[in-house]
Design a protein around this ligand. Sequence first.
Ligand SMILES: [Zn+2]
Ligand SMILES: [Zn+2]
Length: 61
Amino acid sequence: MGFFGSSTVTKCKECGTDLGTVERLERHKEKAHTKHDAKCKACGTVFESFEKLRKHKKKCK
Ligand SMILES: [Zn+2]
Ligand SMILES: [Zn+2]
């Protein structure tokens, strides 16, 4: 067995970080590159963009 990590991708396509395992990579992608992060912490509403969230925050609370 001469190959190591050639069939399993554990490297993040977004930033190039090698997480070593697929599990870690999935967690990393969620934490570092999540696209569903535009959520108001005060009321829990999720917005499609950070701009909308920013505008909402001024009114919310
Ligand atoms: Zn990454
Ligand atoms: Zn809110």
